[in-house]
Each structure stands twice: as C-alpha cells, then as structure tokens.
Design a protein around this ligand. Structure first.
Ligand SMILES: Nc1ncnc2c1ncn2[C@@H]1O[C@H](COP(=O)(O)OP(=O)(O)O)[C@@H](O)[C@H]1O
Ligand SMILES: O=P(O)(O)OC[C@H](O)CO
Length: 496
C-alpha cells in the first residue's frame, strides 16, 4: 500500500507517492501564479491552488501506474498562514488568498503593538505581532471586502488556511477543519489549551462562526472519492515546516532542522511543553498525534532564503538557474568583503522588522558577479546563524547545537551547506530523501491509518546522504559573522 502526500507550497503544488519504507514512487509538481497587486502585497488565486493540487494528485497516480485501490491514505502539508475566506453555501472564495509574505497589515499590527497587546499575543499564541500571521489578514478581508461582514454575521462565511481549503474541496464541502499546527499560525489559537482563543477573536473582531474545527495532525478527518468510487481517508495534516520536522524524525527534544525553500525555517523540538522564547523566536506545536501526544517546537522564520537565488536569476539575471549559483560561488575563495542582506520583505526572526529593506555592502571596483552570487548564498547561512544564536540564548543546545538536519530546494547546494556548517561551527546533515516535508505528511497519514505504528519505526527510516563538517577556524568565522551583523544594522528600519 502507498500514501499520497499533497504538498501545497508557496510557488507550486506537489503530489508525491511514498511506499512503506518512505521511498518515493512518483512525484508530479505544478507551479502557479504569484499575484502582486501592490509593492509588498502578495496573493494567490484559491481556485488555482485547488485546481493545481487536484491535477497533480491525479497526475501522480497516472504517471506511477498506482491505482486508487493501492492508496491507504492521503496526507496534506501546506504553506502556512496564507488566508482564504469562502462562502459556505457556494464554496466560492470571496477574495484572493492573502499570502504569508504579504505586508498589507503592517499598520494594523503597529496599532495593536502601540496599544500594548504584544505581550498577550506572545503569551497566548506563541507568536509576535507581525503581518505574517493569518489573524490580521482575516480582519483586513472582513473590513475591506464588500459584503464580507454581512456574510460572516449570517454564519455563511468560512475561514481556512490552505490545509482547510484543500480538505473542504477534497471532501466536497463536508469537512471544515484544520490541524493544531496550522491553527497555531493564525494568532487566534491558544498554544496552551490547543483551542481557539476568545480574547484573540475579540481583539481582532473576528466572529467564531468563521473558524474550522481543530483536529490532531494524525488520524482520519474525512474522505475523498476518486473517479471510480474509491473512498480514501485523509489522515494527516500539518503545516509544511512542522511536517518537515516530523519527516526529519526530529523526535527528541533538542533536535533541529532547517528547510531551505523560498524562505528558511528552523524548528527545534523542545519537548511536550511549550517553552517561551526571550529572543523573539516563535513557540508552536510541532504536531499532535491521534493519541493527543503533543510535541512543541521553537521556530525561527526567515522570509527570504532560496528566493534570494531566484532574485539573482530573475531580476539581476546573473545566473540561468538556481543550481548554477554553486559553480559561480566556488570560483572565488571568498566573497571579497561583499555582503548581501536580502531583506526584500523586511526581516523575520529574530529581528521582526517590517520596515527593513535589502542592501549590498562592501563593494569595490574589484567586486565581480561571482562575489555577489557567493555573498547572496552566504546571506542564507548568516540569517540561519542569527536564528541559531537566538535559540542558544534561549537555552537550546548549550553553547553549540550537536547537528542540524537540512532539507528543501537550496539544501542541494553543497557550497551553501559547507558554508552553513562553517559559519555555525556545527555539522550539517542532509538526508537521502530531500522531500522531507511531504514525507512528514505521509508519516502522519500512515500513522493515522496503521501503516506505521510508532515513532521509533519511523526514526529508523531516516538515512543520511551527506554530512558537512565545520572546517573554518573560529577567528575567521567570528570575523565574517561580525561583518554580517554590521550589514544588518544598516538595513534596519530603512522603509521608515
Ligand atoms: N541548487 C540550488 N542552490 C541554491 N538555491 C536553490 C537550488 N535549487 C533550488 N534553490 C532554491 O530553492 C527554492 C525552491 O525550493 P523548494 O523547497 O521547492 O521551495 P518552496 O517549497 O518554498 O517552493 C527556490 O527559491 C530556489 O531558488
Ligand atoms: O511554501 P514554503 O515551503 O515556502 O513554506 C512557507 C511557510 O510555511 C510559510 O510560513
């Protein structure tokens, strides 16, 4: 039997079939449109999200020759925070999805911060007051889309993050639910009680009638019917970064992963109780199993990771494809003093500066294309170190982490992985299956339907592809990192 994982990411929808040994038996991917109505605003068409996801789900079965009868369950994993409101009666969205990267609610957040609400938000939700999260995006739609409040008051409006939207469509409008990890990104969810929080709903003036039911990350929540009539359970749901933590088998407190996709997301397992950060990191459930066993995580979210390499390709046209960045970067022995700070949409953890913008520093007449490409790759590793430093200050991993497990598109870049190990002074471990996000969703669905029955069974499936040992001496490491920190101070608050 097989599991289909639906991985609905920021730039593409993927469907991957996994076998009982966690091996990939088929994969189909489809990109979809990014909509930028104004500078700093990002939207997706919810219909396109669903259509592309449905298409790849059927496509992967066709391509692999696996029949619906051989599919035990479906797992969903998704870009988080992205906000969709739809009419419960027609199933039609009332507006485009407001994407996690969208900054349109910066002013709403500022007002709430100025009114002294950040402390409460942090305590209850484990988040910070930033436009990143769904709460202020829902508020914006209710206040700005004509007829939205009336629909909400009549109980006809549904809110969902992308998991809920897919689940609703997969089940023909029968199930309106979300799992704890996705709920935790809304700013409406109490991470201690694992329920919607009335005070947060009141603060943002959001009616409870909009909200999905909260379910664990593993266990059957509904069924989808394939052509031919086969009913398949949907048995795993998790936000993509949580799914990656699970797919990397980071089951022991202290274990840490970094996913290098559009952004970079470092999550560390912190055990069965939430731990609050004193260094502006997020506290979030890692997952909740069907047994209600819950693991918590500490998270550092970096908004621009691999997207900086897309910028080299699409805007600066310095490279033809992302993989080429490695060849150019390794033609130089260092970046020749050049630093790139890719704060294109502000800075996420640990700075949370919506008003920072990108900068390039240390240019001389001797700076060439290779130096800029190299400095851009290095910026991904420096941002990750900023987060690791905050985690260490919060008491994780004593003075150094033991190792960091990596995945996501840019983890294929050997230069970047070696530089990451060097600049952290910590070994970097890359697993054989790099699709750990989808794998995590498959594990959750498989655990929920008896394909696997314990975490220790899953732990044994994890296999290393390559381990990058730190080679840089400590003085050089600290000298380079000090340059980065200086560059960051120069871009802070730029937009103000
Ligand atoms: N070899 C590479 N070197 C550096 N960056 C890469 C490489 N391959 C892919 N990327 C970057 O990784 C990102 C895609 O990774 P992926 O995990 O598919 O992201 P997402 O799930 O966020 O869409 C892109 O931003 C791309 O620029
Ligand atoms: O789609 P990704 O992989 O860029 O992940 C997006 C994150 O979930 C945003 O929080």
């Amino acid at each position: 039997m097989y599991i289909i994982a639906l991985d609905q990411g920021t730039t593409s929808s993927r469907a991957i079939i996994f076998d009982e040994r966690g091996g990939i038996r088929g994969m189909v991917q489809k990109e979809f449109n990014q909509i930028y109505p104004k500078p700093g605003w990002v939207e997706h068409d919810p219909r396109e999200i669903w259509n592309s996801q449905e298409e790849v789900m059927h496509g992967v079965l066709r391509n692999s020759g696996i029949t619906p009868d051989q599919v035990q369950a479906i797992g969903i994993t998704n870009q988080r925070e992205t906000t969709i409101l739809w009419n419960r009666e027609t199933g039609e969205p009332i507006h485009n999805a407001i994407v996690w990267q969208c900054r349109r609610t910066a002013e709403i957040c500022k007002k709430l911060r100025d009114a002294g609400h950040e402390e409460t938000v942090m305590k209850k939700t484990g988040l910070l007051l930033d436009p990143y999260f769904s709460g202020t995006k829902i508020k914006w739609m209710l206040d700005n889309v004509s007829g939205a409040r009336e629909l909400a008051d009549a109980g006809k409006l549904a809110f969902g993050t992308v998991d809920s939207w897919l689940l609703w469509n997969l089940t023909g409008g029968e199930v309106h639910a979300t799992d704890v990890t996705n709920a935790a990104r809304t700013m409406l969810f109490n991470i201690h009680t694992l329920e919607w929080d009335r005070d947060m709903l009141e603060l943002l003036n959001i009616p409870e009638s909009l909200l999905p039911e909260i379910v664990p990350s593993s266990g059957t929540v509904g069924h989808t019917v394939f052509p031919g009539g086969k009913k398949i359970p949907i048995a795993g749901i998790a936000g993509d970064q949580h799914a990656a933590l699970f797919g990397q088998a980071c089951f022991t407190p202290g274990m840490l992963k970094n996913t290098y996709g559009t952004g970079c997301f470092l999550l560390a397992n912190t055990g069965p109780e939430p731990i609050s950060s004193k260094n502006r990191l997020l506290t979030t459930p890692g997952w909740e199993l069907a047994s209600h066993d819950t693991a918590y995580a500490m998270e550092g979210s970096i908004f621009i990771g691999g997207a900086a390499i897309q910028w080299l390709r699409d805007s600066l046209k310095l490279i033809a494809n992302a993989a080429e960045s490695e060849q150019f970067a390794t033609q130089e022995k260092d970046s020749n003093g050049v630093y790139v700070v890719p704060a294109f949409v502000g800075l996420g953890a640990p700075y949370w500066d919506s008003y920072a913008r990108g900068g390039m520093f240390g240019l001389t007449a001797g700076s060439n294309r290779n130096h800029i490409i190299r400095a851009t790759l290095e910026s991904i590793a420096y941002q990750s170190r900023d987060v690791v430093e905050a985690m260490i200050k919060d008491g994780l991993g004593e003075d150094r982490m033991k190792a960091i497990r990596v995945d996501g598109g840019a983890s294929a870049n050997n230069f970047l992985m070696q530089f990451q190990a060097d600049i952290l002074g910590t070994p970097v471990e890359r697993p054989k299956v790099s699709e750990t996000t989808a794998l995590g969703a498959a594990y959750l669905a498989g655990l929920g339907t008896g394909m696997w029955d314990s975490l220790s069974q899953i732990e044994k499936i994890w296999q290393i592809d390559r381990r990058f040992e730190p080679r840089m001496n400590a003085d050089r490491r600290e000298e380079l990192y000090a340059g980065w920190q200086e560059a960051v101070t120069r871009v802070r608050g730029w937009e103000k």
